[in-house]
Design a protein around this ligand. Structure first.
Ligand SMILES: [Mn+2]
Length: 442
């Protein structure tokens, strides 16, 4: 890692430590490898909360934090007190020949800037040694604890039972909410990465949209996006792309991407890049033959109008739930005007998702809306990044809708950085006006 990365992750650990007292231990587990089939694993993806605090991308690792400090042996007869220990896999010549170089506990401080490194095999004893009578709370990413496999599961197998029987004084609590609150507001360093991720996504979409043509398959458009992500330096998709032509767009999370693009249909593309673990998320809906029909254009212009109004309304203090309410109301008005519905209440037949979500290390980032006095994920703050993605979906079997509108699904999505006075559209460079899309698709 470079100095800037080391400084960022260090600042995250310091910020987390400050929020707890000396009666607390915090254990944040990284991810294990996940088996795909027989002896093949899925491409490794680090646990996002663990990554946020460490920047470390090896599997089977864990971070232990102690606001009150922990005594560790630095060398023979030489002890010191640290607040951070990273547990890592053992260096193993044979295994490293097959699966790549491991950092090793001796390089943790030098390479990652974390105060102390220890072998995974020691984690159980170190934990018990530091669960002194002083400690009354152990914070863990509990969901990830139960999903453990591999060597860390072996080492921590009876941790809970041990704590419960030995020291009834220790409460086990979940750490994810506290880290989620931190992740919700992006630092300038994170904003830089998110802007790069957004730019890569814009460039990939621009190329993909220009190549849309009847006769291609949905997965071929997906592959143009994926090719561009890697060409521009994003090593993965943020999520499985949705490339949905015609009526497929009415399935909100359509990911099969197996159909042939047909002349006269729309194509909805919802995809994102993952750049250094930071995600972007864009949706564009375009006419496969390069020109919107009258009805397609009517629906498209309605969604676009609302999408642009949301950009104007996004600023600190505004609630995401208000933006959704506004969207539902504005889309309902439009659908009544087009005589697609009679009563505004019917809008939920054709618009059934939220207008946006937080975006960051996860595509749906730190988004659980929990109301407490100090924090509410619903209220926007400077440093939040959210998506703005209204849509209308009229399936081909929607008998109540006028026949000419059936089979039309439209969503338009940009990524917005909330600033002190409003917002900045990170993906605003990508065409979305009808004339602009028709122009680049010529
Ligand atoms: Mn989205």
């Amino acid at each position: 890692m470079n100095k800037q990365q080391i400084a960022f992750h260090k600042s995250r650990r310091e910020n987390l430590l400050k929020q707890f007292d000396k009666h607390t231990l915090i254990l944040v587990l990284g991810n294990p490898l996940k088996n795909k089939s027989f002896d093949g694993d899925y491409t490794f993806k680090q646990n996002k909360n663990f990554y946020y605090l460490t920047g470390f991308t090896e599997p089977n690792s864990a971070l232990l934090l102690a606001p009150g400090g922990m005594k560790v042996k630095k060398s023979k007869d030489n002890y010191s007190t640290v607040k951070e220990i990273l547990f890592v896999q053992e260096k193993d010549k044979l295994k490293e020949t097959w699966t790549g170089v491991r950092l090793g506990f001796e390089n943790v401080t030098k390479e990652l800037g974390i105060q102390h490194g220890i072998l995974n095999a020691e984690i159980y004893n170190i934990l018990l040694a530091n669960l002194t009578p002083e400690i009354n709370k152990l914070y863990v990413n509990i969901h990830d604890f139960y999903a453990l496999t591999g060597e860390m599961k072996k080492y921590l197998a009876d941790l809970y039972e041990k704590i419960i029987t030995m020291t009834s004084n220790v409460q086990i609590c979940d750490i994810n909410y506290t880290i989620g609150k931190m992740r919700n507001v992006k630092t300038p360093y994170e904003i830089t990465l998110m802007k790069i991720s957004a730019d890569i996504c814009v460039n990939a979409f621009d190329d993909a949209i220009r190549q849309v043509n009847a006769g291609l398959y949905e997965y071929q458009i997906q592959s143009i996006l994926q090719y561009n992500y890697k060409v521009y330096g994003a090593m993965d998709d943020a999520f499985d792309a949705i490339v949905a032509s015609g009526n497929n767009a009415c399935t909100l999370h359509y990911e099969e991407n197996q159909d042939k693009l047909k002349n006269g249909d729309l194509l909805l593309i919802d995809s994102g890049a993952e750049y250094q673990y930071y995600n972007s998320d864009i949706t564009r809906t375009v006419p496969i033959n390069g020109k919107f029909s009258k009805e397609q254009k009517e629906i498209y212009e309605l969604v676009l109008k609302v999408q642009k109004e949301i950009i104007k309304k996004t600023k600190p203090g505004v609630k995401l739930s208000y933006l959704k309410k506004y969207t539902v109301d504005a889309l309902a008005d439009g659908l009544v005007k087009l005589k697609i519905i009679k009563d505004k209440k019917e809008v939920t037949k054709y618009y059934m998702h939220s207008v946006g979500h937080h975006l960051g290390l996860d595509t749906h980032d730190a988004c659980k809306n929990t109301f407490d006095d100090k924090f509410d994920f619903d209220i926007l703050k400077a440093g939040n990044v959210i998506t703005d993605e209204p849509g209308i979906y009229i399936p081909k079997d929607a008998k109540e809708a006028p026949a000419k509108y059936r089979g039309i699904g439209v969503r338009i999505e940009d990524d917005l950085l909330v600033t002190k006075t409003g917002c900045e559209n990170l993906t605003g460079e990508l065409a979305k006006e009808v004339e602009d899309l028709e122009e680049i698709m010529k």
